[in-house]
Structures are given as C-alpha cells and as structure tokens.
Design a protein around this ligand. Sequence first.
Ligand code: EPZ
Length: 426
Amino acid sequence: MPEEVIIVRESPNLSGTVRVSGAKNSALKLIAASILGQGATTLENVPLISDIDIMCEVLERLGATVERDGHSLCIDTAPVESFETPYELVTKMRASISVLGPLVGRFGQARVAMPGGCQIGARNIDMHLVGLQQLGVEFAVDHGILVATTPKGLHGGSILLDFPSVGATENTMMAACVAEGETIIDNAAREPEIEDLANMLNAMGAHIEGAGTSTVTIVGVPLEDMHACSHATVGDRIEAGTFLAGGALLGGPLTVEGIDPASLRMALTKLEAMGCDVQVGDDFVTVSRVNPLQAADIQTLPHPGFPTDLQAQFMLLTALAQGSSIITENVFENRFMFAAEICRMGADVAIDEHHAVVTGVDRLQGAPVESTDLRAGAALVLAGLAAEGETIVRHIQHIDRGYENYVGKLQSLGADIERATVELGG
Ligand code: EPZ
C-alpha cells in the first residue's frame, strides 16, 4: 500500500532565516469566536494546515460561508442558524469543541459531539463544563452528543479552574462575552493564544481584561453589540520553538521571524542552559551553538512554564547532549511516545510514568519511524537530520495538521529532506 512519508538524510546544518506561520492553537479558536460576530470576520496570517480546513468545515456545516485567499480567511457567520456540530467532524479534530462557548453565547444552546481522547491523553472536558455551568449552562448527553441549554439565560459567574486549562479558559471566556453581568475566571490559562483570542473578542465589542494572566475578567455585553472584525493571528511560538530546536541541534545560526520572543522565554532559557547562544529582537530569535549540547532537566507546565508542545523536540536535544537529563511531563498523561521512536534510532531514554531519564549518546542512526502526534512527528524529522544515514518518517498526516510546509521550510534551511510516496510493509 503506497503511503506518503518524509525521507530525511543526515544534514550538516540547519541555518538561515524562516518566517513562522500564524499560530494553529490561536487561529482555530479565532475561527470559532467569529460565530459571535454575526457578520463577515477577516482573519489574516492563518496557517495553511489541515486542522484549519476542518474547523472551516465545522463553520460551514453551521451555515457560515468561508472564503480562503492564501493566509487570509473571511468567515461570514451571519447565515449561521444551526448550533449542532456533528460527530464525524469532532472526531476528526477534538479542537472543534471550541465552538461550544460561542454557540451557547449566540443561541443559548448547542449540540456538540463529545470529543474523544487522542494519543497523548484522555483530553477530558470536565473543566469546560464546570466553567460554563457557572454561567447558567445546563448539560445533558444524548447518545454521545453534548446538549447545552440555558433555561435561565446566560449570566456572569465566578469560576475557579482546577487546572489552568487552555480550552476551558477559552470556551468560558467566549460565552462570558455575552453573559449578563460580570464573569471572573481564576486560575485561568496564561498562554499567549488566550491573549490573542481576547484581543479579537474585544475588537468585536467584548469587554475582557486580564487575558494572559491567571485572572480574567469579562463584563458581558448584549449579543447584538458584538460585531465582525478583522484580526491577524499571532505567530506560532511552537513552530518557532521547533525550528529553534533544529538550529540548536545542528549548530545554526538559525533565525525564526514572526514571533514575540517573550512567548518562548522558558524554552529560550533552556536552550542557553544547554550551551546555545540566543539572540532576540522585536519579532525574531536567532540560535547558534558551537560547543557540545549540555544536559538540562525540563518539566512541562502551563505557560509561562515549559510548553508541553516542545517536550519531544527538547527530548531530542537532551538525547544528544553530554550527560543525563530528567524530563517530567506534567500536562498530558501519555506524551512520551516519541521516546520509543528515537530509542529505535539509538537514543537512551528510560521512562518511569511522568519522568523520562535521557542519557546523551554521541550519534543517532537513521531508521524507519512513526509520528504518533504532530509534535513528535516534527521532532522525528529533526532527529533524522542529525542521524547517520536515512530516516523514513511515517504517518506524516499528523505533521500536516499543525505545520505549514514543514519540509519546504526545512529545505530552505539546508535540510536534505523530501516528501515521497513509497511502498512500505506494515
Ligand atoms: C491546548 O489543548 C492545545 N491545543 C494543545 O496543543 C496544548 O498542548 C495544550 O493546550 C496545553 O498547552 C489547542 O489549542 C488546539 P488543556 P487543550 O485544556 O486546550 C486536561 C498541539 O500539539 N484537561 O490546557 O486541550 C487535559 O486532558 C496541541 O498543538 C482536563 O482534564 O489543553 C490535559 O491533560 C496538543 N479537563 C490538560 O488538562 C478539561 O476540562 C491540559 O489541557 C480540560 C483539560
């Protein structure tokens, strides 16, 4: 059975300049938020990735019209009349759950298929529900469909999240925009994508303060006061961190443009701790390395802690560093699958529940490997660039979900890499 793979060969370096695309983990929510605009919202700097295609399909299924022109997206949600998101779309992409808050805000009700888990964890939505319940939303489950109603209307509330969940913060914030009264979300997620979403919602007429901090305050406005807007998505800090890890791996100098370096502060601190030179400007970061990589302990945490979405990429760095590193994954319950794949390339990683003990080795060997999630897939491609011989990365649809033109961008930085369709057993 022919399948599309990425063939990676040992490459002497990754150097030069690459501009990152708009942030996947912002753009998906901005598209959902356009439901509240009840008109034609224009989004700029939207990445050309398959998850965006799915979210656009979700909006079209609701009745919106979506026009795409390169990295610009025009979504007219005036025609939206449905408040139901079908199972087949939610299973394709669990982030579709981000329409829950906007649909409840717009229609006072919603029917959204319960998202399943995925490779990296159960991905529960209990905190989404608790947050929305504080705003007067009542939930029932009807054959796998989450049924949300607001029998007494949508009203402000005081929410304390058990964990600073990105999705729960976003869904609650979007519904609170048009809830009657004030809403306070404590222990809110502080990711830069939350700020980006709040900035767009405020441009649409909302009154949100504190986004990006642990306490977000929303003063609700009538739905009719919300309107469409134009907004540019922030740059993708995780894509940037992925390329910077590549530069650190092979030496650079490698510059990523189109991001706020402050959004990557912890990752940049770790690159310096591992022996890299890091230079930052207003919207770029340059990494270079002369001396051997040094071991460093990493623990993933909600922002501003180390991002879980860079855990695999930095595990790769520790796998080729001098010394042993301990990597602790605190955000997801099963996000060490990358380790098994790089061990097939000669890495030395021992997993003990949420801890990985990585003992640096001198070389990796190329091998056929499988992407288990988009970040692990992206990291496996980088591993192949540093490995002796050839690496075949399979299941690259995961990578295409979140990285626009990953192969092309790496080629522009000197990678010996190509996409190909091959016959592989198994
Ligand atoms: C977002 O997922 C991102 N996805 C993830 O990026 C990212 O890893 C994650 O935030 C953390 O930064 C998108 O934005 C589309 P959470 P989300 O709610 O919102 C548990 C990538 O590679 N939890 O902060 O789902 C949950 O299972 C992806 O681009 C509950 O238990 O993350 C997880 O273990 C991967 N109940 C942890 O909390 C809830 O109600 C963090 O989840 C909500 C979450």
